[in-house]
Unconditional design. Structure first.
Length: 600
């Protein structure tokens, strides 16, 4: 017996002579029942010096037990596919129900003791009348076995947990599956309905995909967000309004886009490259858009359901990640396809790289425990890693370093404002290391050296202010944010959809990616154990750009692309911290990928 509040053991109740497969506690707290892999289970009377009743009857183990509401009866489910009803005091078997075709893994009485709810090893959930034994409803409740069932307090709903790692909520009569709850090791979640609506944590969309039966291609739920991301419908379904959102909108399959030599590597001495595309859609395909290193390049209006086209794409000297996406009349996008083209043409210029490194370790207005050791040197190391690309991927690398007292609100905003003047072909990478905090409203602030924990608005820079400056930059922008709670900068993920794509081609914005060191609920770690003194996020970043570049280059094209770096850093930090710190891409506005470093 354990104390729930403290987690401390209060006392040992009984020593058993078998491996326990299930436990049940009577409603009045008087009886304890324990199942085993043998033919028996035992019931102990706590009020009578642990008087023991040994009950025999199952042939292949007892895997589920439950008491009736008045504690007069107990039901058991076993490996012999049977459910058995027993008298608690005498141990006498009253009735046997043999309607399952697999091991019974969970059993429950309904709150009024009129029905038995049970689940089995083949994923079946069934409801049957306790007196007549007739099965009132039988459904397939999961892929794999049913592990557990539980009724709500009022008895009008129950939940099931299965081997497919999904918790489902049902009406007590099994007529309606209300919601499905999906979770992952890093704390992300998605709540979905059986017909396809969803509500998720910021990165939870990655847990669920949409697939067609006639094709192996799958699609992210983000591609259908306009139709399916409906938290209001989820809430109404949970409250009992099962007609909410019905009928579910008919979703046509997104266009199928084929790019010749998809995921290939091509070398050319020319200043342009002709891509060949084949497009076919269930709906009319409205537009095809191509991006080079994340920058809008060519837009082709189709208004056809099927087409084969060739498009001449201008190249920059060096690597060109050419990405193509098709949009249909419903605004649904195809899966992105890409090809790497390396140009050695003369007369073409390389883009420039602009690096802003901000690191704050010293906080005069905070106590000693809040001082940092490596934030300012992390910023230096970050700048150095990118300066190494001068004359390689980038024609010029312009850098600006702000540390400690120099990293004031005024100097930081001035530096961000300066970046708004860069060319549309250029890339800006920004690094910010220090304390990140959230105010009472959940707003994220990057705390400067003048800041305090009590009033972050006075010496901090809010995400709203930062994002305002980033949106003015016409080139491509990547922000690396190495602070605590950095994953809480946004309340919703910006999805690269048709509307955003149109804004890129109209020149209204350049596109921003924000790679955060940790999820919103997590802290970011630093230690002298990482490379002699680093924040672990920054250490993985700089390693991935230089020493570990060959490992990071999954595609094998000789370059480190941004998404390859994200994959490497996320995996390294998550594994090293045993999941206590999880980097993630908290803002995604670019289409395709862009190279950041040459593998040497």
């Amino acid at each position: 017996m354990w104390d729930i509040r403290t987690g401390h053991k209060k006392k040992n109740l009984v020593r058993l002579d078998f491996e326990v497969t299930c436990i049940a506690v009577s409603n009045n707290g008087r009886y304890l029942a324990f199942g085993s892999k043998g033919k028996t289970f035992k019931v102990f009377d706590l009020s009578n010096e642990m008087n023991e009743t040994k009950i025999n009857g199952h042939f292949r183990g007892v895997f589920a037990l439950a008491f009736s509401s008045d504690d007069r009866y107990i039901i058991s489910g076993g490996g012999d596919n049977a459910i058995r009803l027993w008298d608690v005091k005498t141990g006498r078997q009253i009735k046997v129900y043999q309607d399952h075709n697999a091991t019974v893994t969970s059993v429950l009485f309904s709150n009024d003791d009129r029905y038995i709810l049970s689940g089995s090893n083949d994923g079946i959930i069934q409801l049957q009348d306790i007196n007549t034994g007739s099965v009132l409803k039988r459904i397939k409740g999961t892929v794999g076995q049913i592990n557990s069932l539980a009724f709500s307090r009022k008895g009008n709903f129950f939940v099931s947990a299965g081997a497919d790692a999904i918790i489902r909520k049902w009406t007590a009569d099994l007529e309606n599956e209300v919601i499905r709850m999906h979770g992952s090791r890093d704390g992300e979640w998605a709540t979905t309905t059986a017909d396809g609506y969803y509500k998720t944590s910021p990165e939870g969309k990655n847990l669920v995909h949409w697939a067609t039966f006639d094709n192996i291609e799958t699609f992210s739920f983000e591609q259908f967000e306009t139709f399916t991301n409906k938290p209001t419908i989820i809430a109404r379904r949970i409250s009992g309004d099962f007609a909410a959102g019905k009928p579910f909108p008919r979703l046509s399959r997104p266009a199928n886009l084929e790019l010749q030599n998809h995921m290939g590597l091509v070398f050319t001495s020319q200043q342009s490259y002709v891509v060949q595309l084949k497009i076919k859609g269930e709906a009319i395909v409205k537009t095809v858009r191509l991006f080079t290193n994340g920058r809008p390049t060519v837009e082709r209006i189709l208004n056809k359901s099927e087409a084969i086209i060739q498009i001449d794409i201008p190249l920059v000297v060096g690597v060109n990640r050419i990405s193509a996406i098709a949009y249909d009349e419903n605004g649904l996008s195809s899966n992105l396809k890409w090809i790497d083209v390396v140009s050695t043409a003369t007369g073409s210029s390389k883009p420039s790289l602009h690096v802003l490194g901000i690191g704050i370790s010293q906080y005069p207005n905070l106590s000693g425990q809040w001082q940092l050791d490596f934030a300012h040197t992390d910023a230096q190391s970050f700048i150095k890693a990118f300066q190494n690309q001068r004359g390689k991927l980038f024609d010029k690398v312009n850098s600006n370093y702000l540390a400690n007292q120099e990293a004031s609100v005024g100097n930081i905003t001035s530096a961000l404002k300066t970046l708004s003047a860069i060319d549309t072909n250029d890339v800006a990478v920004i690094f910010m290391a220090g304390h990140g905090i959230r105010d009472l409203d959940g707003t994220y602030y990057f705390l400067t050296s003048d800041g305090t924990l009590d009033n972050p608005n006075a010496g901090g820079i809010s995400w709203n202010l930062i994002s305002g400056y980033l949106n003015r930059i016409k080139g491509r922008v990547i922000l690396f944010l190495d602070t605590c709670h950095s994953g809480s900068i946004v309340n919703e993920t910006v999805v690269p959809n048709d509307e955003l794509s149109q804004e890129f081609f109209s020149g209204k914005r350049g596109g921003t990616m924000v790679f955060s060191a940790s999820k919103g609920r997590q802290y970011s770690m630093e230690s002298p154990d990482f490379g002699g003194g680093f924040g672990i996020f920054t250490y993985a970043l700089t390693q991935g750009m230089v020493e570990m570049a060959e490992e990071v280059d999954i595609s094998g094209n000789g370059f480190v692309e941004f998404m390859e770096l994200v994959e490497y850093v996320s995996r390294y930090v998550d594994n090293t911290t045993n999941g206590e710190q999880t980097p993630w891409l908290s803002r995604k506005e670019l289409f395709g990928d862009l190279p950041l470093a040459v593998v040497e």
